[in-house]
Design a protein around this ligand. Structure first.
Ligand SMILES: [Fe+2]
Length: 254
């Protein structure tokens, strides 16, 4: 059985289209989507419709899907540059995502367990007990060991960190499929994973798909997406831009 694992489109429908084209060459039997469909990219609504049209076996809610549907809390005001940026992204997505799609996002589950052939598998956005905890490719074995609930689990699939990797943990394989729309691992191609199951055997491909970054940036500019300078930095360099946001803008304009 062949499974495609996708995550973190973050509103980048141009990258998502390229991945869907590549998926056709791989002919998966099933698809799972591990969250963060929306926020921080120009076409969140299009990405929701693309996910739904793939009819995934499972769709999991990411921290940005969650934030979008439950944000801001009453009385909340941004207290730093990064929070102001998130608020602008939220306001942009609010104008672009229809109410029934917002409801669909809000009701996505935060975890799924499934047995693929003879392989008990757990699927998360970030991990079992958090939508935001980060387990990077360089995490220790003990840090990776928080990613499963059951000792019987032999495979964990997750997204969130935007770094694609596959590592053997303590008794199970850990696979992060990376990000379709906003990779932060230094490779600016869209990322997803193909997992082949044969009874208890597992084979993983971490696939990278080149896409038209200029078209994605032109779309963001045409749609007047806020903070497009930080977005351009992230798409071109595949690096997390939002901590040094103010510095980044000054550098870009100097
Ligand atoms: Fe994400």
């Amino acid at each position: 059985m062949r499974l495609a694992v996708l995550s973190d489109t973050h509103g980048n429908a141009i990258a998502f289209e390229a991945v869907i084209q590549d998926l056709k060459s791989q002919s998966p039997d099933a698809i799972v989507f591990l969250g963060d469909i929306v926020m921080r990219g120009p076409q969140p609504s299009e990405c929701i419709h693309m996910v739904r049209s793939l009819e995934p076996l499972a769709v999991i809610r990411g921290n940005y899907d969650d934030m979008f549907t439950r944000f801001p809390a009453p009385g909340w005001v941004p207290s730093n540059d990064k929070e102001e940026l998130v608020l602008r992204a939220y306001e942009y997505d609010c104008k672009r995502i229809a109410h029934d799609d917002q409801e669909w996002l809000a009701n996505l589950p935060v975890e799924r367990a499934w047995t693929f052939e003879d392989v008990p598998t757990e699927m998360y956005h970030a991990g079992p007990d958090s939508l935001v905890n980060v387990v990077y490719p360089w995490a220790s074995l003990d840090e990776m060991d928080i990613l499963n609930r059951s000792e019987h689990t032999r495979l964990v699939l997750f997204g969130h960190v935007h770094h694609a990797y596959a590592r053997q943990g303590k008794g199970r394989l850990i696979v992060n499929c990376g990000s379709v729309g906003l990779p932060f691992d230094g490779d600016n191609r869209a990322s997803y994973a193909i997992v082949d199951f044969n009874k208890r055997d597992i084979a993983v491909q971490l696939r990278r798909v080149a896409y038209d970054i200029e078209k994605a940036l032109a779309t963001a500019k045409a749609l007047k997406m806020p903070d497009v300078e930080a977005y351009e930095y992230a798409l071109r360099l595949a690096r997390y831009p939002y901590n040094d946001y103010k510095k980044l803008i000054q550098t870009a304009s100097s």
